[in-house]
Design a binder for this molecule. Structure first.
Ligand code: SF4
Ligand code: SF4
Length: 534
């Protein structure tokens, strides 16, 4: 059993993790799943435990080095408090000050949000994963250090003693939330605990240089230097796309050619470049569809113009702004009419939602989701579609950033209703969906045993939903398809399925939406959806 943890316990100087989960603690899963359940995850190595701050729970995302002296600890606490003050200044927080203040001031402690959180539920309601747990630490620190709270304030809002162990555990805790904002949607006061997590990450990154290597060093920094967080330069990406075009042409019997750097095009399509490497059939399918529909479109070989990812959206405003400006600059130079964002949820968040606070004047180039463009093409009748080609069970995973953040809920369903006769919804779905468990960067983070944590905790609810959606055909050998129109979600679903041998045991595969459209095109050779690679 996990023991109850109080807020002030985060300040314990002992290295011992505050939370040790065992299998019986976790939320139960459908029987068909538990029969094939892997054992719980392996512990963090002694080496990492000795050199890094691992005192929160059974995993470690940051590998934060232990300070070497008391002086260093005090300096880090000081930097945290300085950063905290900046977080609540209009000059220093141009993105989210207003909703952050609302969340600090208006929470009434009703705990409605707790029932909405998949991480909290999956862990068997472990206290440290409660949505308000980390927010309450920030709230108390806000009233004490920003508002200068005295005795009455302490009585009203509670007190908190910030020391280095607490701050180190809080940094780790900021990476146990998917930023899915399901809790925010349920809050009667409009408070947003997902936003609090993101703002904490920002404080740690911008003021203390603390961020996961996968997001910062190997993510934003590589993208800004080379053009893509995958490390692909413009030349490499063009070579790869050329190869994909050839492959798709051979596979479909239709000549596919991707246009590059076309000035004045109607559409600049920006994919998550991860698709080009991991799921090449997705950009291939887009090229085939847009060409077949007669859209005047292009891809860009400008820096970052061919990779829609913007990891800053998860942890750092400065990195976010630098990447977002590259994206619109690529569009501006080509004088395109609009940017269309491929199948990537956080790219929707970055370019279409958060970008609204940054991209003004000449940078305010229209931005659209690929879901609406694909819907318009499918419903226009420009493609000759035969839905019986998709005659297998299909369910839809809703990427949080598309549905809950941006309100793009129906276009993908209108497409599936038109091309997939055996489409069935997950429960719940749409704006009430559950995160895949890979949101906020987790899908690309697997340091130490963090991949095990993703597979057993943050992804647990999604696995349950997928199994339930196919409960009528789980035992059948026939293939079943989880449509996940988001590169990040696909990465998490791939890892979940590999970890739990979902394809091997239940013949459930996954893929994007564009692939299903091409699979239904009558003039394409049958069998575009390829089950072999699962
Ligand atoms: S954040 Fe909202 S739902 Fe959660 S405890 Fe506070 S008021 Fe209640
Ligand atoms: S944003 Fe999502 S993962 Fe984070 S606390 Fe809220 S519901 Fe839980």
């Amino acid at each position: 059993m996990s023991e109850f943890v109080h807020l002030q316990d985060l300040g314990q100087t002992s290295d011992k993790p505050l939370l040790n989960l065992t299998e019986p603690d976790l939320s139960p899963l459908p029987k068909a799943f538990t029969e094939s359940l892997e054992p719980m995850w392996k512990p963090v190595s002694d080496n990492v435990r000795q050199s890094c701050e691992c005192g929160l729970d059974d995993t470690c995302a940051l590998n934060l080095p232990k300070p070497k002296s008391r002086e260093e600890e005090s300096e880090l606490v000081e930097r945290f408090i300085n950063g905290l003050k900046k977080l609540f200044e209009a000059n220093n927080n141009w993105t989210f000050l207003q909703p952050l203040l609302l969340t600090m001031e208006q929470c009434v402690g009703c705990q409605t949000c707790a029932d909405a959180c998949h991480v909290f539920e999956a862990s068997g309601r472990a206290e440290i994963y409660r949505p308000t747990f980390r927010s309450e630490i920030l709230r108390r620190a806000y009233f004490k250090h920003v508002k200068g709270g005295g005795l009455i304030s302490r009585l009203q809002h509670g007190d908190i003693e910030l020391n280095w162990p607490m701050i180190a555990r809080l940094a780790e805790l900021a990476y146990r939330c998917n930023l899915c904002r399901r809790c925010a949607q349920s809050c009667p006061m409009g408070a947003d605990n997902g936003l609090v997590t993101r703002e904490l990450r920002k404080l740690f990154s911008q003021e203390m240089g603390i961020a996961p290597k996968e997001l910062h060093e190997r993510g934003s920094m590589v993208q800004l230097a080379k053009g893509s967080s995958t490390g692909m330069t413009a030349r490499t990406v063009r070579d790869n796309i050329e190869f994909i075009d050839e492959d798709i042409s051979e596979k479909t019997g239709i000549n596919v050619e991707t246009p590059w750097d076309v000035e004045g095009a109607d559409v600049l399509l920006i994919h998550n470049a991860g698709e080009i490497l991991a799921w090449p059939e997705n950009p291939g399918a887009f090229a085939l569809i847009l060409n077949a529909a007669g859209i005047k479109w292009t891809m860009s070989s400008e820096i970052a113009g061919y990779d829609s990812v913007n990891y800053g959206a998860w942890y750092d405003d400065a990195q976010f702004a630098r990447v977002a400006l590259h994206h619109v600059e690529a569009a501006r130079r080509l004088k395109v009419k609009k940017i269309v964002i491929g199948e990537c949820g956080h790219a929707h968040k970055a370019l279409a939602v958060v970008g609204d606070r940054l991209l003004l004047g000449e940078h305010n180039i229209p931005r659209e989701s690929s879901m609406t463009l694909l819907r318009d093409i499918v419903l226009s009748g420009k493609l000759d579609l035969d839905p019986t080609r998709n005659n297998f069970p299909i369910t839809l995973h809703d990427p949080c950033n598309l549905v809950r953040l941006m309100g793009v809920v129906q276009p993908q369903r209108e497409i599936l209703r038109a091309i997939a006769p055996r489409f069935r919804e997950m429960t719940p779905h749409g704006v009430d969906n559950y995160c895949c468990g890979g949101g906020s960067g987790f899908a690309i983070m697997s340091p130490n045993n963090f991949g095990d944590w993703r597979a057993n905790i943050s992804g647990r609810k999604k696995l349950e939903q997928i199994f339930n959606a196919f409960s009528d055909c789980l035992a059948s050998e026939d293939p079943k398809y989880v449509c996940a129109p988001c590169s990040n979600c696909k990465g998490q679903i791939r890892d979940l399925f590999v970890y739990h041998e979902v394809w091997k045991r239940h013949h459930i595969g996954y893929g994007g939406l564009a692939e299903l459209i091409v699979n239904a095109m009558r003039n394409v050779k049958p069998g575009f959806v390829d089950w072999e690679w699962h």
